[in-house]
Design a protein around this ligand. Structure first.
Ligand code: TXA
Ligand code: MG
Length: 356
């Protein structure tokens, strides 16, 4: 453990029934304007009092995040919402009923109660009520809305375990509440209710299909490459959530993806280099005896399971000393869309459709 890591305390908490004294200690830090990382059902968040502009600036400093990238404000219940918004569009009640607490973030017109630091000076605010018992207990005990981005350095993979937070932010924050691995594993779905038609700005833990079942037609905004859109929501930067190792996302038929993986692995092995593969368990028979570092993210039949494993598997591959990572696509149904989004960002746009 480095010196830097020693200055951040880690406090273990029971994920289902968090110990009130430990939560109270974390809540005192939040009220004092300090930074506390905590588990949500999606990924670990880096929390600060959302109504304290100075504390919120601390989040940007710790993450080295550009100030034009707005933060999500986390609430304990819907009663906390009205003072923070200028207007409550009619869909909010139905969405809250169906998906809160849970991995859905709503972008709404902001009220003056929210500091400019949170919204990057914009006219809207992103809000969500997380489902994780530790997150809920912390927000309740702090008795304040908590602004929290994912608890990673800007541009790195999101953390799904306390040790991932420590590796990125050790020495830069006061406390990490360690509630074990996060159950959803990818970030919340960000849904804008400011646009004329509800628009998914970032696919995530609530599927497009589930939202459509409640709202009818919605729009999925595709990854931005234009500068003005990046300014609107920098989570849409092509290179976000990126490992250090170059990654390529392979789309196409299973056999074509597997043939491409075999080809690249053998070509690298001939040069004494290793390739990392992110695959499904169904792929394993076809990859037997290949000289590659293989991480199984889960089954093609279970995108939820894949989402849960995704970031930890990518972190392991990133640390394996491979020349390149090849990741397979997991489709677009359910959480598949969020997985594809994160992998194509990790690929920095290096997405290849392979043909037989
Ligand atoms: O699951 C999650 O959403 C996690 C946990 C900690 O809650 N948080 C998270 O925060 O992923 P962050 O900051 O890493 O990503 C928030 C995304 C960014 O893409 C940001 O640009 C977008 O939400 N966002 C925040 N406020 C916005 C706003 N007012 N309008 C449009 N996009 C916004
Ligand atoms: Mg993030």
């Amino acid at each position: 453990m480095s010196d830097a890591e020693r200055r951040t305390r880690i406090l273990a908490v029971n994920a289902e029934h968090p110990e009130p004294d430990r939560i109270a200690e974390a809540a005192r830090l939040i009220r004092a304007g300090r930074l506390v990382a905590f588990p949500t059902e999606t990924v670990y968040g880096l929390g600060a009092n959302a109504l304290d502009a100075e504390a919120v600036r601390g989040i940007f400093a710790a993450k080295e995040r550009p100030a034009n990238d707005p933060l999500i404000v986390h609430l304990a219940d819907v009663e906390a919402l009205p003072p923070l918004v200028a207007e409550l569009p009619p869909q909010v009640e139905r969405l809250a009923e169906a998906f809160w607490p849970g991995p859905l973030t709503l972008v709404l017109p902001r009220s003056a109660a929210i500091p400019d630091e949170v919204t990057a000076g914009g006219p809207t605010v992103a809000l969500r009520i997380p489902a994780h018992p530790v997150a809920r207990a912390l927000i309740r005990a702090a008795d304040r809305p908590i602004a929290a981005p994912s608890a990673n350095r800007f541009g790195r993979l999101s953390p799904t375990r306390a040790e991932d937070v420590l590796a990125d932010l050790g020495g830069r924050i006061d406390l990490i509440l360690d509630g074990g691995p996060t159950p959803v594993g990818v970030e919340s779905t960000v849904l804008s209710l400011v646009a004329p038609v509800p628009t998914i700005l970032r696919p995530g833990g609530i599927s497009r299909e589930a939202l459509e079942a409640v709202l009818g037609q919605i729009v999925v905004r595709h990854r931005a490459v234009k500068a003005e859109e990046i300014a609107l929501s920098p989570g849409t930067l092509p290179q976000h959530y990126a490992p250090r190792t170059p990654l390529r996302l392979l789309l196409g038929a299973d056999e074509a993806i597997l043939a491409a993986m075999r080809r690249v692995v053998l070509e690298a092995a001939a040069r004494d280099r290793r390739i990392g593969l992110l695959v499904a368990e169904e792929d394993l028979p076809a990859l037997r005896n290949l000289p590659a570092v293989i991480e199984v993210a889960g089954s093609l039949r279970d995108p939820r399971g894949v989402a849960r494993q995704l970031y930890a598997a990518l972190r392991r591959l990133d640390g394996a000393g491979v020349e390149r990572i090849l990741a397979r696509d997991f489709g677009e149904r359910g959480l598949g869309l969020a997985i594809r989004d994160r992998l194509s960002r990790a690929a920095g746009g290096d997405v290849v459709e392979v043909k037989r």
